[in-house]
Design a protein around this ligand. Structure first.
Ligand SMILES: *[C@@H]1O[C@H](CO)[C@@H](O)[C@H](O)[C@H]1NC(C)=O
Ligand SMILES: *[C@@H]1O[C@H](CO)[C@@H](O)[C@H](O)[C@H]1NC(C)=O
Ligand SMILES: *[C@@H]1O[C@H](CO)[C@@H](O)[C@H](O)[C@H]1NC(C)=O
Length: 442
């Protein structure tokens, strides 16, 4: 063979090697991300991590979509780097990452959250039905772009306000999957510390704080009367007023408990001064309380620095978190609306529904969750209520109880001990174990 022919064959061979590399099945640790324009001028960002397990292929593991709360909290930022993604905020490997048991899809929703953005202010969602229809557009694009996931069991996991959105999204997805307009194998929804019945949360704050030595008799009386006003507004369906009174109730709680942290009663809130705008405007105040902690400076520097450079698709004038507080404000009239009826519709449709709740969470305390669960019209409720729970060992400390669980038909409830609002951040091994149980790997 002449050197020239040899060179020709060699380069031909190299081309094949390179092409094979590109087309071969996904390597462990693969990722993908993109934007979808869900409505004109409304752009949503998703970020997928293929499962990275030493013992299984991603095709044999479920796909989990994670929805953050707020509204205005970013799944690709907070959920990914502070809770369940493969790397932590210092870009070090996370020991209990969910990626070892599932492919994980983070979506910045509603539009305007995280790297998602609107071009015009009239494109923000103002209610959960818009949030759900936007997500359906995104999922339709996602399962078309990644057809390898169409036959993999697909679960939605959520936290806080993310649970309220997850319930509505799960209902729309159930219909769309049945009609074939979204090609996926929808397998269930998990509602973590979820804002399903805001009033039941607010009404149980007093008793919960009183029984854990965080209110005296005066405090209990103050919190109870503030909560009663919220109740009256919700009963009148004056939901914007209810949001304002909810904010006032939180102020009463802060004063009477000397600043208990709403996300974990064993800790205190950082002592931050209100700006005058926040002091006067209850929506700005609530955004500071419930959106800013998810968009902390350190996380923002990571997302707007190295992560944005890595992704290389974020438009120049879009800042991660830049529209987060606007997302919250536009949803203010929706905030206090319950979606218990949607959970009932899911159960009646045969969807697997899991509720999980951290023992130390105040904002969505476990007592409040049990109150709305007990109001379900679900036909399995009487039997569920009669069952005893089962204890689960904490995988990190065998012999120590980490959770209790109760399951009947298509409904399960996990009581997660020693966790606050952000269950996977507080109890990583237990949360990972729960993920495996819900997705039937254990
Ligand atoms: C970014 O700039 C483009 C072009 O000027 C504009 O159309 C778009 O609305 C801007 N986007 C945002 C989020 O401000
Ligand atoms: C939700 O908001 C959209 C857009 O503002 C509106 O058209 C729709 O009627 C609202 N849906 C509900 C159920 O309130
Ligand atoms: C719901 O969970 C049960 C196990 O508890 C499982 O047998 C069933 O297949 C699940 N349903 C769907 C739709 O995945």
């Amino acid at each position: 063979m002449s050197p020239l022919t040899e060179c020709f064959y060699l380069s031909f061979f190299l081309v094949i090697v390179v092409r094979q590399g590109l087309c071969s099945p996904r390597r462990a640790g693969s990722e993908a991300w993109d934007y979808v324009e869900v409505r004109p001028g409304a752009h949503m960002f998703w970020w997928l991590y293929y499962a990275d397990s030493p013992s299984a292929q991603y095709k044999d593991l479920p796909l989990v979509m994670w929805l953050q709360g707020g509204p205005g909290g970013s799944g690709t930022g907070f959920g990914n780097f502070e809770e369940i993604g493969p790397l932590d905020r210092d870009l070090q490997p996370r020991k209990n990452s969910w990626v070892q048991a599932a492919s994980v899809l983070f979506v910045d929703n509603p539009v305007g959250t995280g790297f998602s953005y609107t071009e015009k202010s009239d494109r923000f969602a103002t209610n959960v039905s818009t949030v759900a229809s936007d997500m359906l557009v995104l999922l339709q694009h996602f399962f078309t772009a990644k057809p390898e996931f169409q036959s993999i069991p697909f679960y939605i996991f959520s936290e806080s306000y993310g649970g309220k959105m997850a319930a509505a999204i799960a209902m729309e997805l159930t219909k769309a999957a049945a009609q074939g307009s979204v090609k996926c194998r929808f397998a269930g929804v998990a509602l973590g510390d979820s804002w399903i019945s805001p009033l039941d949360s607010v009404m149980t704050w007093g008793p919960y704080l009183y029984s854990t030595s965080l209110l005296d008799d005066y405090g209990l009386s103050d919190v109870t009367s503030a909560a009663e006003k919220v109740k009256q507004a919700v009963e009148k369906e004056d939901f914007l007023k209810a949001t304002e009174l909810w904010s006032m109730t939180e102020t009463v709680v802060e004063q009477d408990t000397n600043g208990v942290n709403f996300y974990n009663i064993l800790t205190q809130q950082p002592d931050e001064k209100l700006t005058s705008a926040e002091g006067e405007n209850f929506i700005a105040l609530q955004a500071r309380r419930h959106v800013r902690p998810l968009n902390r400076q350190s996380l923002s520097e990571l997302m707007n620095g190295p992560i944005r450079r890595k992704l290389a698709v974020v438009p120049e004038n879009v800042t991660w978190g830049g529209q987060a507080e606007a997302v919250f404000s536009y949803m203010a009239g929706d905030f206090m609306k319950p979606v218990v009826d949607v959970v009932d519709q899911l159960l009646a449709a045969g969807v697997n529904v899991t509720v999980y709740n951290g023992q130390l969470d105040l904002i969505v305390d476990t007592m409040g969750q049990e109150r709305w669960v007990n109001q379900l019209k679900w036909e399995g409720l009487p039997t569920f209520s009669k069952l005893r729970w089962t204890s689960l060992d904490d995988p990190a400390s065998p012999g120590v109880t980490g959770a209790f669980v109760k399951t009947y038909k298509n409904f399960a409830f996990y009581w997660i001990l020693r966790a606050g609002h952000m269950v996977p951040s507080d109890q990583g091994p237990m949360a990972l174990q729960m993920l495996k149980m819900i997705t039937q790997q254990d």
